[in-house]
Design a protein around this ligand. Structure first.
Ligand code: NAP
Length: 891
């Protein structure tokens, strides 16, 4: 429907008795509610918006404290659905003030004539689903109740202030203010002694301005936040030029980006950069004054690896020390209990310099917690501070607060949302909840929401929901509801995503840790805006996967299932590989495929440094073979792992699994010798197998020269290399040595048949295909030789072999033969540990520093290698998978 027609058309609401009948009721007239109303009208729905406040603006209506501004550049924090609107409004600053943002919302409300369908000053007291009519009944605290087919919570993520859980607040005789509920008439602190409790974004924005007015300001800080100077002013030229060059492309890029702001994916890892290069990048980010820039553009590992992240913390500490004159205050302001970015960093204007003012005191609550608030001020363990006013900048009951706590919501069979969420919010996509038909949340828990540019996420949600409602209506359905399977799958996917990031290492409002008694768990979706959008689209293209739809005159539809079964980073990698449209390896010929692989490998992150990397020649079955040796940084001698690379007996060489060899050397503290065995078609079966065996013998014999501890050695291999490692163990047993202490087999080829279910289920789409495996086998081995245990070790005698660790991946054609080998070994009495990596494909455990969800598996592999070698378990130094100690929030 054209905009003009929408504006002219009144909503199709009727008043039947005391109940207003509408298609859709929306709670909240903020960013989301306003767009919803416009979009719903356009789609021909009657709608009403219920809003507690006296005007539009949502959280921006209430958050009027001094210094309140956006922390995403306002050029990006804007509606994009209407290019004309986009052109008509120009922000005056890089980060607009709260009054300007409110003016923007008023402008939007006027432009689309939205206010006539908004019931201001009205709250919902209860919402009940009625099965008989397939409608929601809303009881309001002002005017008619509402009956609606669809109920949409556009309540925002940060709209319910957290109560101050400090004893004695009621006794205080002075003035009390909440940053999240600031008086509309403003507050004059001139000549006043003021306390601010809380140093999150709201505290950090307001403290410098309050300090300029107050006679004295005392800041009570529990956790120091990372703050970055906003460098406010006009929109920066580089971003503006980029935007103006092609606005539509810019907006589209934002929609598919990770955070909802168009920045490229950084690929350089921290250890690839020199100190000077890292500093240069950091200084650029500091000067840019842009959270998304500093959170994404320094180095690729900054958000996923504790060590890569700690480098940033140190650089920011330097900045704080350079500004804050008193060393004790500087130290207290320097965050040291959470990784940078795991808690929302803040944008400030003159925050740190404020502590150089004579009228400002910082009280470090970690050293002297607040005991109580009294009639005259605040008492800590060490002092009593008399004040005239207290500002609580203590934050929000985030994400769930406004949905759950504000009014009871009762779904199917009388179930309340608060009981369903008693152990934390459950949702499908952060949009819907099983058991609550036709209830939608805009940017609810389980969606990217607060970890993204909210503007982009809100628009995506609104469009997805309204488009679904229109499709339902057109198909004759009256209800839409997430299934339990889909919801449980989403919870699993959320958990998988959260293991990739460092958010789990901080106590924050992202996890509910800021509200005493709230169930803790990471609430926003950490998989990124673009991936999330593609998942939502996939659900539609797969016939509304995970939703049940019913209607009076149509057959029920339920296409049940989980939308994402791959690990999140595996999904991205496979998506990127698919987009590259690579030719099948088998179409390139052996040499072409080798050249291609060499080129392809150049694009991956270089592995991390180890003590030393050396090369040499060893004696294979028929002549010298190259090897590459990775030595740990610790003093030797070290036990030796003989490693065989993957590549289907055709591709790869002693260098081709370099990042993995480095990783396993670092994690296990053992020497890794990667063997350049001979390849087919030049050297067909049994050349590779015999080389594996001969090389292992040579390495065991020359262990001392290589810096090793001598026999026994351990063998390891991936894919065809796993095949060679397994075969080597059988040959060593049968031919009288060398002694092998253990075998690590990663996605090994163990049998020559192609009929196990994993060959059928994962035949295509997961990089290693059935066709490729046919090709490898054909090149390596004649059909007559394939049942030889040196080609198919599963067909050999599995008794009396060294203990094994067998890793298999769910989406790998080779999965079932790996599992069969592990089971065969176990049945033959060999100690076996199995790792069945959920959501991984054949190569993903090897993709060091790309597939972060593979880290846990590689830690287990390294521990298995150490156990084989008789070494004690190693406590990993701070790695991505090692939780650092977190202090519980304490007042
Ligand atoms: P917040 O980040 O949750 O910060 C609350 C502060 O109060 C924290 O320092 C917290 O300490 C402290 N606190 C809470 N309860 C306390 C207690 N009982 N005793 C002592 N200290 C206590 O809340 P916020 O500053 O309002 O910001 C919330 C979010 O809103 C931001 O992260 C941001 O996403 C958004 N926001 C954005 C802007 C912007 O720049 N556009 C401005 C404001 C807010 P602990 O950390 O130890 O719990």
């Amino acid at each position: 429907m054209p905009d003009a027609a929408v504006a002219a058309r009144s909503s199709e609401t009727t008043d039947s008795g005391t109940t207003q009948q509408v298609d859709v009721a929306v709670v909240g007239a903020g960013f989301a509610g306003l767009y919803l109303l416009h979009r719903l009208r356009k789609a021909g729905f009657s709608a009403v918006v219920i809003e507690k406040a006296g005007d539009v603006g949502g959280t921006w209506y209430w958050n009027r404290y001094p210094g309140a501004r956006c922390d995403i550049q306002t050029m990006d924090y804007s509606y994009t659905f209407d290019p004309e609107l986009d052109r008509e409004w120009t922000w005056s600053e890089k980060y607009a003030t709260q009054p300007e943002i409110l003016r923007y919302f008023a402008f939007v409300a006027d432009r689309y004539d939205l206010r006539r369908d908004i019931r201001f000053g009205t709250g919902v007291k209860a919402a009940n689903w009625d099965d008989a009519s397939d409608r929601w009944l809303l009881t309001t605290d002002n005017g008619a109740n509402i009956s609606c087919r669809y109920y949409i919570m556009a309540t925002g993520c940060l709209s319910t202030p957290k109560p101050p859980e400090i004893d004695g607040v009621k006794d205080f005789k002075g003035a009390i203010y909440f940053t999240g509920r600031w008086p509309h008439e403003g507050v004059d602190f001139t000549g006043k002694r003021v306390a601010v409790i809380g140093t999150g974004s709201s505290g950090i924005q307001s403290i410098p301005l309050i300090a300029e007015q107050a006679a004295h300001l005392t800041v009570f800080q529990r956790t120091a936040s990372f703050a970055l100077p906003a460098q406010n002013g006009p929109s920066p030229d580089d971003r503006k030029t980029y935007f103006e060059a092609d606005r539509a492309a810019y907006r589209e890029q934002a929609r598919w980006s990770m955070a909802g702001v168009p920045y490229p994916q950084e690929t350089a890892v921290s250890w690839q950069l020199s100190d000077a290069e890292r500093r240069e990048r950091f200084e650029k980010a500091w000067a840019a004054g842009d959270l998304v820039h500093i959170l994404t553009q320094l180095w690729a590992d900054q958000g996923v690896d504790v060590d890569g992240n700690a480098l940033i913390g140190k650089l920011i500490h330097e900045k704080i020390r350079a500004v804050v004159k008193d060393p004790e205050t500087a130290a207290a302001l320097s965050p040291n209990d959470h990784p940078f970015g795991s808690k929302r960093p803040c944008l400030d204007t003159n925050y740190y310099t404020t502590y150089n003012r004579p009228n400002v005191t910082l009280v470090n609550l970690r050293q002297e917690p607040i005991k109580s608030i009294t009639a005259t001020g605040i008492v800590t363990d060490k002092r009593s501070v008399d004040v005239d006013a207290i500002v609580f900048a203590t934050g929000f009951d985030a994400m769930t607060g406004a949905i759950m706590a504000v009014h009871p919501i009762t779904g199917r069979d009388g179930k309340s949302l608060s009981s369903v969420w008693a152990n934390g919010p459950q949702s499908y996509l952060g949009l819907t909840v099983a058991g609550f038909p036709n209830l939608f949340m805009i940017t609810g828990p389980g969606s990217p929401s607060v970890l993204s540019n909210m503007a982009v996420s809100i628009e995506q949600h609104v469009e997805w929901v309204v488009d679904r409602l229109a499709a339902l209506r057109d198909a004759g359905y009256t209800t839409m509801e997430a299934t339990e399977t889909a919801q449980a799958g989403w919870a699993r996917h959320m958990a998988d995503c959260s293991t990739v990031t460092l958010h789990r290492l901080a106590n924050t409002w992202y996890t509910g840790a800021n509200v005493p008694g709230k169930v803790q768990g990471l609430m926003p979706y950490t998989g990124g805006v673009g991936p999330y959008r593609s998942i939502c689209n996939e659900i539609v293209s797969r016939g509304m996967l995970g939703f049940k739809m019913t209607g009076p005159n149509v057959a029920e539809q339920c296409n049940d299932g989980e939308v994402v079964r791959l690990q999140p980073d595996v999904r991205l990698v496979l998506g990127m590989l698919a987009e590259m449209n690579l030719p099948p390896f088998e179409s390139l010929g052996a040499q072409g495929a080798r050249d291609f692989l060499t080129e392809f490998n150049k694009g991956r992150p270089v592995g991390r440094p180890v003590g030393e990397v050396g090369t040499g020649m060893l004696q294979g079955a028929a002549g010298p073979l190259p090897y590459r040796l990775y030595r740990p940084a610790t003093p030797g001698p070290h036990p030796i792992v003989v490693y065989f690379h993957g590549g289907g007996w055709v591709l790869g060489d002693e260098q081709s699994d370099d990042p993995f060899c480095r990783d396993i050397c670092r994690r296990s503290g053992m020497i890794v010798v990667s063997v350049g065995y001979r390849h087919a078609p030049e050297h067909r079966f049994p050349a590779a197998a015999e080389d594996g065996y001969a090389a292992t013998g040579w390495i065991a014999e020359h262990a001392a020269e290589l810096g090793g501890t001598g026999e026994p050695v351990v063998v390891a291999g991936w894919s065809a290399g796993g095949n060679i490692a397994a075969v080597t163990c059988q040959l060593a047993r049968d031919r009288g040595g060398p002694e092998i202490a253990g075998q690590l087999l990663i996605c090994p080829v163990t049998d020559c048949t192609f009929d196990r279910p994993s060959y059928v289920d994962n035949a295509n789409g997961y990089f290693v295909t059935r066709g490729l495996m046919y090709w490898f086998w054909d090149i390596y081995c004649s059909p007559a030789d394939r049942t030889d245990p040196r080609a198919s070790p599963l067909r050999g005698n599995l008794a009396n072999l060294p203990p094994a660790f067998v890793a298999t991946c769910e989406f790998d054609p080779l999965r079932d033969e790996g599992i069969a080998y592990a089971e065969g070994l176990a049945a033959a009495g060999v100690p076996v540990e199995q790792l069945q990596a959920r959501g991984h494909f054949h190569s993903s455990l090897m993709m060091v520093d790309v597939v972060i969800t593979g880290v846990g598996g590689r830690v287990k592999m390294a521990e298995a290698l150490r156990a084989f070698a008789g070494l004690p378990p190693k406590l990993e130094e701070r790695g991505a998978e090692t939780p650092i100690k977190i202090d519980a929030a304490a007042g």
